[in-house]
Design a protein around this ligand. Sequence first.
Ligand code: PEP
Ligand code: MG
Length: 752
Amino acid sequence: MLHTLRRIVNEVNEAQNLSEALRIIVRRVRQAMGADVCSVYLSDASSGDYVLMATEGLNPQAVGRLRLARGEGLVSVVAETQEPLNLEDAPAHPRFSYCAESGEAPYRTFLGVPIIHHRQVMGILIVQHTERSFGEDDVSFLLTVASQLAGAIAHADASGGIKGLADDAAGSRHIDGLPGAPGVGLGTAVVVYPPANLEAIPDRAIQDSEKEVTIFLAALEAARREIRDLSRRMNAALSKEDRALFEAYALMLDSTTLERRTIENIRAGNWAAGALRATIIEHARIFDEMDDPYISERAGDIRDVGRRILAHIQNNATSQMDYPAQTILVGEEISVTELSQAPLERLAGVVSGAGSTSSHVAILARALGIPAVVGASYLPVSRIDGRELVVDGYKGRVFISPHAAVRDEYRRLAREEEELAAGLEEFSTRPAITRDGVRVPLYANTGLLSDINPSLARGAEGVGLYRTEFPFMMRQQFPGEEEQCRIYRRVLEAFSPRPVYLRTLDIGGDKVLPYFPIHEDNPFLGWRGIRVTLDHPEIFVVQLRAILRASAGLDNLRLLLPMVSHVAEVDQARDIIARVFSELKEAGESITMPETGIMIEVPSTLYQIEDLAPRVDFFSVGTNDLTQYLLAVDRNNARVAALYDILHPALLRALAQVVLAAQRHGKPVSVCGEMAGDPAAAILLLGMGISSFSTTAASLPRIKWVICNFSIAEARNILDEVLLMEDSHAIRAYLNDRLDSAGLGSLVRAGK
Ligand code: PEP
Ligand code: MG
């Protein structure tokens, strides 16, 4: 049975569209169960009807025509009860309704199961027979088929394949991926295909190998020029250091192995294109074979480079793409070069079938401020060129040919975001002071040097979290001490005398370096943050030397340690920091010992504030990880995204207690997770006595607006009310209400 099931699932996954997928299901299931009839009904969201979408055994003319209103027939019984219905004498059931056009008169027995995806009944899968009744095994088999296929059906449906149903039913559905870069984008899909199909290049014997070598070298040079041009194009949008992304490509193109191996292959008798294919595939395979997705990503970069050289060999590198005014760039795996080729002023969004929140394309999109969804694995790339898309980079969601209501709603959100940003500009030069006169520092989260100016423009009073892993992620090897020192110095200098909280390397989890692979079944519970740096003092010490040297004469550095779960980690890290500090002092550096604090992001630290407080100068709550660990919800898993809730009562109560415990020791607590950028949550953080907020630069003006419109006393009262509540939805509704009555309703309606 398992074998049959696997075969059906595989075939369905390969289907071109929903109709084909459903036809395969009914044919295969009828065969496997020896039934006379197998049919699928799907729910039409616009009318509420169930529509016969595929059948083997009933009248094929009825497909797409036969509709059962909600509440009608046995189909509705299955949908309502959401459980199997197994009948020996279907016509005897009180809810049986006979449809002459279906041709089901001869079939007495009936087994129907619901197809459920994310708690929604998508449709019903039915088998029927003239005589034979269905047993327990049949019920189990059909249920298993339906549960395995629900996801595939939901996603085929989302791609607009649900022919026969009203268009708008499909338009309200969506594809989920991962949030790559925040923001909302509406526009036209422009599908980018790799410039040349490397894998399809055959081997071809040649006579004149020197001629082929010349062709290859000319193409290699042209590709190098192209990458240099792309990097230059990004001049205005990215800082020099952030353009290191392109250095990765340049390094690959300059690699002597690539050049040498391809020339060897040519001299062995293959033409330039075939020789290049062999070299690239050989290199990419080494990375492909490693399970780690981040390493495979590197293979993607190598193939991208290969395709670029091939395009020059084939002389078709100059083909110009047409980018409409509001372009949403879509592809199986959008590369950094593809993104940088599009004219920035026309880019409204990016959707990539592959990638994760920390892949290069996501980092680049964030740096450029373009909403992006990555890892949208069900993306029907081949069928969406030219279609209208809505990209929700906050949720990691893409709507294809959206329903008018969805489109209008997102258009309104985008407009309101713009208006809000413009209206809040006046706030950027003002400090955040509560109605009762308490000044609350607002800092920016960053990891890119390109973020410095936007952060300053939005009134950041410092950097509350500088993620040092970003510059590490954009390179091909660990950056050296001098290079790191230069990068850190630029941030420290740009904000001086305002404070900059530099967090030491926080790799592991979803942030893995291509050149430092970590293979783990459970990376979020594995070798992350301080666990890695304490195990690798050679990496930690180089970083600390670079950070401390960068701070010379500035006095605005604060050190932040990530992923602390044991007090011993703090002691060990502080010992290393003290040693590095005194070595540098002895060497004559004019530096001062920075204040040092830890991230509160692992639940164990919530219960050890008393023990940790004497060891640190401050605490910074990383609500992104704390939420995921406290609620046991992977922060990057779309399937459980609805359970990831920063207003969960457990999280709020824990935070309130942390602040009280830290205050008893006179240690300030800041919040640097995304929660600090949520206007509703900000009221609660204010009430708790959080000493500073740090969030993405784009959210700063809104948070300032909230702070300026509440008094600490009001915020405390609201917090007291909320701490008595047991449901996060009720908490959200209550807080939105409070924002509304304070005249800040537009913050709520803007979807934040
Ligand atoms: C956090 O966990 O809340 C945090 C700010 O760190 P990161 O998102 O980089 O893990
Ligand atoms: Mg974290």
